[in-house]
Design a protein around this ligand. Structure first.
Ligand SMILES: Cc1cc2nc3c(=O)[nH]c(=O)nc-3n(C[C@H](O)[C@H](O)[C@H](O)COP(=O)(O)O)c2cc1C
Length: 215
């Protein structure tokens, strides 16, 4: 391909920071919070964008970006359509993985665990906080379904706009939050000469074991 030669030559040395098993937080959620606070200070466009990997009931994987909307000791929450491809995957196979790549800090975070739906009350709380257009879009989009064209979507949006005018918009029955409850974390800090730091946490009998992997 025309550009493959220049792709070969794309190369950077990573030298901004280091990470060690002696200095990381004992709890991976605290370590994530520390890094997330740092990434917020950098002013990235979508610091909370994460890649979500799921697999269907034949173990066939698929990935997409979703936005992290909350994190805490219980896990990582995002919102979506429960009948979408990812929603379908997660109802067949609750194992999933999320990944953050913060290039400006030369960092990657991988989290693996089990995903479950959050309560309707929690989903409603977040849904009600969304801008009007986003709430109407959640009604409009039967996410991941094949549609005849753009007009179909725009017309449907206008229909819901008229239908809900001046009314409280309910949460669509197929829309809501999922929470990933972690069993494994990996914090990756880029280092010089490709000898990167990889510090991991694995949950063993409700305790977090910390260890290092070869880059
Ligand atoms: C920056 C960005 C943020 C996104 N955030 C979300 C999100 O929070 N929830 C969501 O359902 N889709 C989000 N999407 C769209 C998904 O990547 C994906 O196209 C959609 O969820 C359908 O995926 P699926 O067919 O695998 O279910 C986002 C896409 C991008 C690029």
């Amino acid at each position: 391909m025309k550009n493959s030669k220049s792709i070969n030559n794309l190369r950077r040395e990573y030298k901004l920071n280091k990470l060690s098993e002696e200095t990381v937080q004992k709890n991976p959620f605290n370590q994530f919070e520390k890094w997330f606070n740092e990434v917020m200070k950098v002013g990235l466009i979508e610091p909370n964008a994460m890649i979500l990997a799921t697999a269907d009931d034949n173990a066939k994987p698929s990935v997409r970006v979703v936005l992290l909307k909350e994190f805490g000791k219980n896990g990582f929450t995002f919102f979506t359509n429960y009948t979408s491809r990812k929603g379908q995957n997660l109802s067949d196979n609750s194992h999933a993985s999320i990944l953050f790549f913060w290039a400006e800090l030369e960092r990657q975070v991988r989290v693996e665990g089990i995903i479950k739906k959050i309560s309707r009350v929690e989903s409603k709380k977040y849904f009600d906080s969304r801008p009007l257009e986003s709430r109407l879009a959640a009604w409009t989009s039967e996410q991941s379904k094949m549609i005849p064209g753009r007009d179909y979507l725009d017309t449907k949006f206008q229909i819901f706009k008229r239908q809900f005018k001046g009314k409280q918009i309910p949460v669509p029955p197929d829309w809501g939050g999922f929470i990933l409850v972690p069993e494994y974390f990996e914090f990756w800090q880029g280092r010089e000469s490709r000898l990167h730091d990889r510090i991991c946490y694995k949950k063993l009998k409700s305790k977090w074991k910390i260890f290092r992997l070869s880059p």
